[in-house]
Design a protein around this ligand. Structure first.
Ligand code: DCP
Length: 136
């Protein structure tokens, strides 16, 4: 059996405002309108860090510096595993190319998105860790 492919999401935090970037999905219908940490699939031969830089360049038109991984990883399917890497924007202002909208949230905002069921299901696993990180 081959290893599961990775999907890498970015926990993009603005250190100046201690806010996290959320992006609203347009598709597929099951998650359209819900909010996620932006990212995408790691290509063959690509590192997760490079994949995240590529995805955020394509989706948000920003350059990011990629840091360490969040603790949780999520099995999306047998053959697809989701991870999150910390990231900071080093150039550009994010604008949504693929997403419906973008939002910077603080601990209160993130707590509200989570409480109201507005996050894509897989990403909810990171909420406690992100709340600690944004608040701590
Ligand atoms: N996903 C998720 N949470 C995220 C990012 C992605 O649960 N923060 C899931 C949704 C999809 C899968 O990961 O099931 C792939 O995500 P995308 O569709 O965003 O990635 P790509 O654009 O790379 O893939 P596709 O080839 O499907 O367009």
């Amino acid at each position: 059996m081959t290893d599961a492919r990775l999907v890498v999401a970015g926990a993009v935090v603005d250190p100046a405002t201690r806010r996290l970037l959320l992006a609203q999905r347009r598709y597929p219908p099951e998650v359209a309108g819900l909010w996620e940490l932006p990212g995408g699939k790691v290509e063959a031969g690509e590192s997760p860090e490079a994949a995240l830089r590529r995805e955020l360049r394509e989706e948000l038109d920003v350059e990011v510096r990629v840091g360490s991984a969040l603790a949780e990883r999520v099995a999306l399917r047998d053959d697809l595993t989701l991870i999150a890497l910390r990231a900071q924007i080093v150039a550009g202002t994010p604008r949504p190319a693929d997403h419906e909208a973008l939002r910077w949230v603080d601990t209160v905002g993130l707590g509200e998105f989570a409480r109201d069921g507005l996050l894509v299901p897989a990403d909810a696993v990171w909420v406690p860790e992100l709340l600690t990180e944004l608040g701590g």
